[in-house]
Design a binder for this molecule. Sequence first.
Ligand code: ARG
Length: 698
Amino acid sequence: MRFLMCPPDHYDVDYVINPWMEGNIHKSSQDRAAEQWQQLFHVLKEHAIVDLVTPQKGVPDMVFTANAGLVLGKTVVLSRFYHKERQGEEPFFKEWFLEKDFTVYELPKDLPFEGAGDALFDREGRWLWAGYGFRSELDSHPYLAEWLDTEVLSLRLMDERFYHLDTCFCPLQDGYLLYYPPAFDGYSNRLIEMRVPGAKRIAIGELDAVNFACNAVNVGSIVIVNKVSDELRQRLTQVGFQIVETPLTEFLKAGGAAKCLTLRVTEPVVSEVRAIAAVESRTIRLEGHLLDSGLINQALDVVVEAGGSFQVLNFNLGEQRQSTSAADVKVSAPSHEIMELIMVQLIDLGAVPPPQEICDVHLEVCVQTGVAPEDFYGTTIYPTEVRVQDQWVKVQAQRMDAAIVVAQTPQGLMAECKLLRDLQVDDRVVVGVEGIRTVRKVESREQRNTQEFSFMGSGVSSERRVELVVEQIAWELRQIRDQGGKVVVTAGPVVIHTGGGEHLAKLIREGYVQALLGGNAIAVHDIEQAIMGTSLGMDMKRGVSVQGGHRHHLKVINTIRRCGGIAQAVEQGVLTSGVLYECVRHNVPFSLAGSIRDDGPLPDTEMDLLEAQADYAHLIQGADLILMLSSMLHSIGVGNMTPAGVKMVCVDINPAVVTKLSDRGSIESVGVVTDVGLFLSLLTQQLGKLTNPYQSHL
Ligand code: ARG
């Protein structure tokens, strides 16, 4: 067995390119470093042949020969250093390999890969573990697979202290693996657990990890390291390894230890392995106000956060404020599974394949009622189109969290959103991510600013700002009413508790509301107020609780049950005012969805939730605006059923609710963080002013 080392003649910490180097510039002792290096050199020489490469001035990290390249048999893939500080080492290592008659492969420029520091062969030679995330790019892995004719398993590094794979991962003889699991993401840990049986995995703790226990040189049963805990030493000894500690503290200051200081240059080729890299790549195109709207950042974040990597192939920057940009981005993912995860999110952002790569959707037949095929595509609120028989078909009944069913009808091809529970055997369901696109409205800088203005990112909005927003909403309600449009209100009981009931009743009376959605509670409290003057036992006029008032709501429920329902109570003259009274009087349909906490319930409350959902969905159809008044549950439910393009106004005292709905990210949404009673009172006031537009001028 042969190793390559580089004497530390010019070693020093001259710059900071990893967290270990921070605070250590020129802090390592030249003499002690030389001594520690010599000791390692001698230990290693007892077990293997050690070759030397001539150290060079100006490249102090050249001692870390693990980063020279990745060797297999007589082939080497040279490193392309990520940091310019180390790029100067490349020609010296190249020269050494050429002199020794290696076949030398070089990666494309700008594709970083840091050699054996980030790529470690399974000790049986069955595959190559390759790290990415800090120094090496995921896109380098397919090259390794091809050039070295091996299977590459990509592992994503997550902790910047363990920036190279060999700082936290060390395959050992007989299939053992020494590693620090928290340095990897969940997917990588799963991959490791799939390939290495539990009995062979030696997971270490943070204390050993920061002593670089994984940065070990394994020769036969010998394991050479800087330092290990007694506990780890015991575990390793138990399974037959012999630990040789040799202090390398001076090199730790640069973020390296035993393994980094060596490169195994005799790596036997196992014949039956074959080139496979699970890494998948595809190109997507994004168009729009990519910079102004932050779309490009969002897209690239999606890729990286999911564990993929990207390369921007083309970026056509729109020069004028109104002109749009276009970008082609190559996306790579360590597996098919992750690629789909990324693609689904990119599709939501409006990404499409480049024209030459567009193909039909994949359809799979549903074989069990109410259950979609495993890999079904889950819908969003955005208008969606699917490619079938080379044409784009618009998906009907767009809503969130549904499956898309494609059917051939006498009228031609049809695609529609169907809830899982509505799927029928033989329905053809869209699976995977091919041939799907969502159409995002182009958001300009101005539009985005209005959205942010109304959203009051800072939490609580100032009174003046609330007034401005209310003015705008009043104007819009008036427009919609005058044009015969449709406004749907979802409301929670807080509307009544905060004194908003009379104002909401007025809106209904004056024709501003075309449907009301709520639960049992708002109806009970509204009727309690109408009949008894209290809301949950509080006198709404005086703001004090009434003796025995806590029973009022039960009495009210009982009264309505006696009448047979709310409409009957109105008919019988029992209910003569309030929100629901106005609904009945003005033929405004309402739907009350039941829940586990409902008392009663009122005969009108739909306790079958599937029925209630269907009822809501029916009432939402064709809405121009949805006014959501202090009901997180009902508002979110409604949000999921509603396609993009319907304006939403969400009013809640809790900023979290408002933000949750604003996550729809549509420019049509407005959030107002304020007391709902106050909001409604301002709104009716504003509408009153609109009624007499000339009054203010008199
Ligand atoms: N200072 C060097 C760097 O940050 C240390 C390299 C350690 N080498 C390794 N294979 N982990 O690049």
